[in-house]
Design a protein around this ligand. Structure first.
Ligand SMILES: *Cc1c(COP(=O)(O)O)cnc(C)c1O
Length: 326
């Protein structure tokens, strides 16, 4: 697959790998054991993991002569926001099909979608299949109008998009050759799938965030394509215990992990993805799945704008603040 496609460059590489000694010690690890891969610092449109995938999917769209990028997601989709940024950078129009109804004020990612010049089509209260139906209709309309649309997959997670994290995994391995475990949030699956392809299944721990119904199945389909014609690994390391009541709920362990990272390292996590991944890391250390003396890398996949679009996280932050007023 790699040979058939050209990728475009949307940011500067490599992203930094930084030590997190105070957080490591707070978790019971040695001070040199825990490092952070700063993909939140990817310098396009507020940053985050989706940019690596967009380098491949936008490269293909351009090669096919597309002039409009179309994708779908939740109202606070980081992927939608970064597709808007990629479109701006490449001089392409962007249409985002988002689940839900128009909101009065645009918070978090939605505000950035607007600033970046994307047009938004609200799909109403739909499930995944309903969203796909609206998306197909929008693509057909754009085609009729000669807007040359290219469909960017949900979360950017086609096998082609996942190549961005095969690149990312190799970049990480050059920075941390003795890596034992990379911990990463699992949403639509492309990030973890690419990392597994680059690092092997034993060295990647994925933490399910509730973005897809069956993460093992979603991941398996991507891995199958990434390994073909060889057989894909069958036992990826997955934690399914950090979702709570659903995608946009905020559990106590996740809220605590967010506070811990902020107060030990000045590292800001988001409630939907990186907060869950950090809570999964905390649990993995507690259970002995991640051990003192081994090199662990937490992949910071971005998502900060989502913090400012998440009512429950903002309410909790307000409570913390009133506790600490002097
Ligand atoms: C989308 C996203 C993820 C998950 O990546 P997938 O490739 O969809 O699994 C993790 N963190 C953040 C901040 C994201 O926006």
């Amino acid at each position: 697959m790699r040979e058939e496609h050209r990728k475009v460059t949307l940011a500067s590489w490599p992203t930094p790998l930084e030590p997190a000694p105070r957080l490591a010690q707070a978790l019971g690890l040695g001070p040199d054991d825990l490092w952070i891969k700063r993909d939140d610092l990817i310098g396009l449109g507020g940053g985050g993991n989706k940019v690596r995938k967009l380098e491949w999917t936008c490269g293909q769209a351009l090669a096919e002569g597309a002039r409009t990028l179309v994708t779908s997601g939740a109202p606070q989709s980081n992927h939608a926001r970064l597709t808007a940024a990629a479109g701006a950078r490449l001089g392409m129009d962007v249409v985002l099909v988002l689940a839900g109804e128009p909101t009065g004020t645009a918070a978090g990612n939605l505000a950035l979608d607007g600033l970046l010049g994307a047009r938004i089509v609200w799909a109403g209260a739909v499930d995944g299949a309903g969203l796909a139906t609206v998306l197909d209709r929008v693509v057909a309309q754009l085609r009729e109008r000669n807007a040359a649309p290219a469909l960017i997959p949900f979360g950017g997670s086609s096998p082609l998009g996942a190549l961005g994290y095969v690149d990312g995994g190799r970049e990480l391995l050059a920075q941390a050759p003795d890596l034992a475990t990379a911990v990463v949030a699992l949403g639509s699956g492309g990030t973890m799938a690419g990392l597994v392809r680059a690092l092997g299944e034993d060295r990647v721990l994925g933490v399910h965030c509730g973005a897809v119904a069956d993460p093992g199945h979603t991941l398996g389909l991507l891995l199958k394509e990434l390994y073909a014609p060889s057989p894909a690994p069958r036992r990826p390391r997955l934690r399914l215990d950090q979702v709570g009541a659903g995608y946009s709920s905020l559990t106590d362990p996740v809220a605590e992990a967010i506070l811990l990272a902020a107060r030990t390292e000045g590292l800001v996590l988001d409630p939907v993805y990186t907060g869950r991944a950090m809570a999964g890391l905390v649990a993995a250390v507690r259970e002995g799945d991640i051990r003192r003396g081994d090199r662990t890398v937490f992949v910071h996949t971005g998502g900060l704008p989502g913090l400012f679009g998440h009512e429950e996280a903002l309410r909790r932050a307000g409570e913390v603040l009133s506790d600490r007023t002097v």
